[in-house]
Design a protein around this ligand. Structure first.
Ligand code: GLC
Length: 601
């Protein structure tokens, strides 16, 4: 199918400013109806289509195929990966979209799941599991607002966040994207939506469209298998996984992303009961529903998508399809399904109403290009200070034998461990690249940097990654160990949850020196530490703090007392997984556990 054949002829003149849908004084629903009435079938089908930027070849396909949205999948960045480079890229795509006869602006989506994490130099906040440990919804709202400024400062207007998953099995590779194992925690942290969108979508210059994801039950799969099967009664599904989405809808979240996972064997992406029935009708969700990356390809269990899968997903309630590559084939099949009557025109119009309503509410028709006054907020000192506060509040002190913490600023300290001086490890997945990576992936302050800055004399702080050189002359050893970055299924751990051999060897060297050992665990989930714990004098769960590692040192040295509380139950052994509050098992540390520095704690 050629472009011309698909769209039927050359575009008309650019729209005159006085058309009703261009009149910002009119109510949104009137503007939507006026615009809808002017749209061709291909305009409407294009609005429901989202492509990854890397698939656009040529870029003019945005106009040729009337694409409603473009995204950056994890790590899909412009060649110049700076705030300005992103803003220039966004504006170029938007100019292309506005060149169409009706000039409908596109939505550009990214996973800014702990800051604007694709962009080098952006502030990287703690991942959600750490934010859950803060127990501070107001802080999380401020993080949302700061993230919105950085995202909007690059032009981007849609954030695929927050993940409102309720992580029930720590083997799951996305546990760190969860605010906690009970629905109350992600429900409380839906304040992130208000931070991102504002009190109402479009209220304020930095308002970006938020996404409640992944609907429904992504964190409850058997064995914690990513994209697996959540086998629960409807009552259990509603009790454990639905409350955060109910609250997100109440907060006016503008979009919902559906989960790859299944419920009792049925792919959620094809479930009219869960999407049309429960989400749209029962909860009254009036935004739009987006599929996950290539998720409709999975509906029939065979690679690639078919007309039948497209019809099943859209008839189930999907409004926008994250294709993300074969958008020409997708549009051709979608058009066939509509023309054959297998997707009613009413469904197409409803999806368009939902999508266009958000575009009008965001003010994209009036302000389609980057607000360059916000570009300088990317990685700003103010945002980094906010992130450092979030790091402080997320630290959970699990053991403090003999009051070895807080450290004396004048102490001779030996620092070791693969994550002591590694921005990539302390940031985790979804950082610059999809999977993240060890090393200096983006500017920031490592935990070692923070320790050196907190010490009275940095010369009294020694560092060796493996712990070589430690001896009894030191007052204390600090080992920063844990996990290297991963995202999604790559992080699934069906086997053990123990420390890797490098960490165990490092800890062994420190232990052999005879000095007290403080362990700082940089991980996306609880790890199996019950065995070696007896050899450690202190244990601090740092989670995945992001670029502001000094926040960890603030707690180690007592500039800020540990106030974090476990958002997940900490297993005594990986064999206990799934282990959650109230299941009758005996954990190493229970949900809500955390020590302070005061005797009373
Ligand atoms: C991924 C994730 C989803 C993300 C999307 C776009 O596969 O499941 O959380 O928003 O694709 O990157």
């Amino acid at each position: 199918m050629t472009a011309a054949g698909l769209l039927g002829g050359a575009p008309a003149q650019a729209p005159a400013a006085e058309l009703p849908y261009r009149n910002a004084a009119l109510p949104v629903d009137e503007r939507v109806e006026d615009l809808l009435g002017r749209m061709t079938l291909d305009d409407k089908l294009g609005q429901m289509t989202q492509a990854d930027r890397s698939a656009l070849d040529p870029q003019s396909d945005i106009a040729t195929y009337r694409l409603g949205s473009v995204l950056s999948g994890g790590g899909s960045a412009p060649a110049q990966n700076t705030a300005e480079g992103w803003a220039d890229m966004y504006d170029a795509y938007q100019r292309t979209a506005l060149s169409t006869p009706l000039g409908i602006p596109l939505l550009y989506g990214v996973d800014a799941v702990h800051g604007h994490n694709n962009v080098r130099g952006a502030t990287i906040f703690p991942h959600n599991i750490g934010l859950g440990a803060t127990g501070d919804p107001e802080l999380v709202e401020r993080i949302g607002a700061a993230t919105a400024e950085e995202v909007a400062g690059t032009g981007v207007d849609w954030d695929f966040a927050p993940c409102l998953c309720v992580a029930r099995n720590d083997r799951w590779g996305r546990t760190y994207e969860s605010f906690g194992e009970v629905p109350e925690l992600p429900t409380a942290m839906t304040t992130l939506i208000t931070g991102l969108q504002g009190e109402t979508l479009g209220s304020g210059p930095a308002s970006v469209l938020a996404t409640a994801k992944h609907y429904l039950g992504d964190g409850g799969t058997e064995g914690g298998v990513d994209q697996g099967d959540t086998r629960l009664s409807e009552a259990e599904l509603r009790a454990v996984h639905l409350p955060p989405f109910r609250e997100a809808v109440a907060r006016g979240v503008g979009s919902v992303m559906v989960s790859y996972s299944s419920w009792n064997g049925e792919k959620v992406h094809g479930s009219a009961y869960l999407i049309n029935g429960l989400l749209k009708e029962e909860l009254g969700f009036d935004g739009f529903v987006v599929s996950d990356w290539g998720a409709i390809d999975q509906l029939d269990g065979s690679p690639g998508f078919t007309g039948a899968e497209i019809a099943q997903g859209i008839n189930a309630g999907l409004d926008m399809i994250m294709v993300p590559y074969e958008y020409r084939e997708f549009l051709s099949l979608l058009r066939q399904e509509v023309q054959a009557g297998r997707i009613p025109m009413e469904r197409i119009d409803d999806a368009n109403r939902r999508i266009l309503t958000k575009k009008f509410e965001l003010g994209l028709f009036e302000h389609p290009y980057t607000d360059r006054s916000l570009t300088g907020t990317v990685g700003s000192a103010a945002h980094r200070e906010l992130a450092r506060q979030a790091v402080r509040e997320s630290q959970v002190l699990l053991k403090n034998e003999g009051g070895v913490l807080p450290l004396d600023p004048g102490a001779r300290v030996f620092v070791a461990g693969k994550s002591a001086d590694d921005i990539g490890n302390q940031s985790g997945g979804w950082t610059i690249s999809w999977q993240g990576g060890s090393g200096e992936v983006t500017p920031g302050t490592t935990i070692l940097d923070g320790i050196r800055a907190a010490a009275l004399d940095p010369a009294r702080v020694a560092y060796d990654r493996e712990g070589e050189g430690v001896d009894g002359s030191y007052d204390v050893a600090v080992a920063v160990v844990g996990e290297t970055p991963y995202a999604e299924g790559a992080g699934d751990r069906p086997g053990g949850l123990g420390l890797d051999q490098e960490d165990l060897d490092t800890l062994g060297r420190l232990r052999a020196s005879g000095v007290p050992v403080v362990v700082v665990l940089v991980s996306g989930r609880p790890l199996d530490v019950a065995g070696p714990l007896a050899d450690w004098d202190a244990l601090l769960a740092a989670w995945l703090p992001g670029t502001e590692g000094a926040g960890v040192a603030d707690v180690l040295y007592g500039a800020y007392p540990p106030t974090g509380r476990l958002p997940v139950t900490w297993p005594a052994s990986a064999s206990q997984e799934p282990i959650n509050e109230g299941d009758g098992q005996q954990p190493l540390f229970p949900l809500g556990y955390g020590l302070g520095y005061g005797a009373a704690d």
